[in-house]
Design a protein around this ligand. Structure first.
Ligand code: BES
Ligand code: MN
Ligand code: MN
Length: 458
């Protein structure tokens, strides 16, 4: 539509400038020293939404970081789109691997480098600027609500309660999230699934204090060796997880859907080269895209214990620790898998150690049906601006609140992501291609228009 394009062309420099300011706020949800920055960032998001044309915008305090809510209701008879995103970011370290400061955004080769540029401030900002475009050109087709939280990267511990208790405020016809990736600007795709998550921490204790490894070594079980053995036993030689019952609720994909997923182009040599590995690994019988999309996994996120300081210390440590997570697929349940995993760790522990384990956070898997109005509107919107029908994909990551939106609000969630897997999410040198940023701003108004046309009550 000409009016949208013109408005965006004239204002694109300002859009980028405003996003840059948002990226300067180090809104790291995991670190208590950034608590004031979370407040600052929530206020900045609220101001941006009001300036873009929201009728009202509120900051809701939670037991953790604040939630920003805004809305513009043009006509109660029209469908309502609830846009969800997060203004918090992952910690930036290791800092020494960044080419420029994580909170000092720079544009290089058409890419905007900063923590949060793609995950998720840049993608939230696409919605703010698409909304502004529709408001300023008088072309809003739907009512719009925004919910932008500050705790996604720590598992959304307070959002569930908020959504359940304020279902009336958040009432809508679809939830629209831009917090995922697509294949490339040449090959648009839409994630029709997200994996769930279960995350635990385990401590293995042997002797009640660190021991001289010469005096006692050989007679007392080493907790680090023991934990390493326990962890190693969690996969078999076929890349399958050995926890009894782990796969019980996994819904196998019908051959037709596997064939549809296999349409996504995949260059194994380029994939390996990009990651710096000589060979890939994974569950036998599944392709790489299937291993990251439709199959559950178990990863050790960190392991520590004993002496790791300078020089050498001959010690038989008392304790060893690990952080372990599983990605889950339909119809696995996070609470059930957490229990299976913790019980299993207790069961396989030898008698010379004790095991303590607790949960950090979790989230349920989600799938958007491709025959829903939500998916069809998203697909048609991308087709309009990319000139190609997007490929339905399965995203390997998790957005913990997604399944709860469907359960609490009774609507479908559509994942209209404009990032790339190569954006270095959670890594040093996170970036967002400006071409993707602008393409998102261009595509989102089409989603609003097509959803208004396709939605049964619209
Ligand atoms: N935006 C990501 C999730 C994502 C990224 C999904 C790319 C699909 C493709 C989100 O911010 C994220 O990182 N989620 C965490 C959840 C966790 C911290 C509870 C994840 O997946 O590890
Ligand atoms: Mn995200
Ligand atoms: Mn993230």
């Amino acid at each position: 539509m000409q009016a949208w394009k013109e408005y965006q062309e004239v204002n694109k420099g300002r859009f980028l400038q405003e996003l840059t300011e948002l990226l300067r706020i180090p809104s790291v949800s995991a670190r208590s020293e950034h608590k004031p920055d979370m407040q600052t960032c929530a206020k900045a998001v609220r101001t941006a939404l009001l300036e873009a044309g929201a009728d009202k915008a509120t900051i809701f305090a939670t037991d953790g970081h604040p939630i920003v809510y805004a809305e513009k209701i043009i006509d109660p008879a029209k469908p309502t789109i609830l846009v969800y995103g997060h203004y918090d970011v992952q910690p930036a370290d290791p800092l020494e691997l960044w080419h420029s400061g994580p909170f000092e955004p720079v544009v290089k080769d058409g890419k905007l480098f900063a923590r949060g540029s793609a995950d998720d401030k840049g993608q939230v900002y696409m919605h703010v600027k698409a909304f502004e475009t529709m408001v300023k050109t008088g072309t809003l087709a739907c009512n719009v609500k925004f919910i932008v939280e500050g705790e996604e990267e720590i598992g959304s511990p307070n959002l569930g309660k908020f959504v359940e208790s304020r279902a009336a405020l958040l009432a809508c016809d679809v939830v629209l999230i831009s917090d995922t990736s697509m294949l490339s600007l040449d090959t648009p795709s839409i994630d029709v699934g997200l994996r769930g998550l279960t995350y635990i921490e385990v401590a293995v204790t042997g002797p009640d204090r660190d021991l001289h490894s010469g005096v006692y070594g050989g007679a007392v079980g080493n907790p680090i060796t023991t934990l390493a053995e326990m962890i190693a036993s969690l996969h078999d030689k076929h890349g399958r997880i050995t926890i009894p019952g782990f796969y019980d609720d996994v819904r196998e994909l019908p051959a037709t859907e596997r064939a549809e997923l296999a349409r996504a182009p995949f260059d194994e040599a380029a994939y390996k080269k990009d990651l710096g590995v000589k060979a890939l690994w994974g569950e036998e019988g599944y392709s790489t895209n299937e291993r990251t999309g439709i199959r559950p996994t178990l990863e050790v996120n960190g392991i520590w214990g004993g002496y790791t300081g300078e020089g050498a210390k001959t010690v038989l440590p008392s304790k060893a620790f690990a952080k372990i997570s599983c990605r889950l697929v339909p119809d696995q349940g996070s609470a059930k898998i957490t229990k299976l995993l913790i019980d299993h760790l207790h069961k396989i522990a030898p008698p010379y150690v004790t095991v303590e384990a607790h949960e950090h956070h979790g989230g349920e898997p989600y799938v958007t049906p491709v025959d829903s109005a939500a998916f069809k509107a998203a697909s048609k919107a991308m087709e309009t601006t990319f000139g190609k029908t997007p490929i339905p994909m399965r995203g390997g990551g998790s957005i913990p609140i997604t399944a709860l939106f469907e359960r609490a609000l009774g609507v479908k969630v559509v994942l209209l992501g404009f990032g790339l897997d190569s954006d270095n999410l959670h890594s040093p040198n996170e970036k967002f291609d400006l071409a993707n940023f602008y393409k998102g701003i261009e595509t989102i108004p089409y989603f609003h228009r097509f959803f208004a046309e396709m939605h049964p009550h619209g």
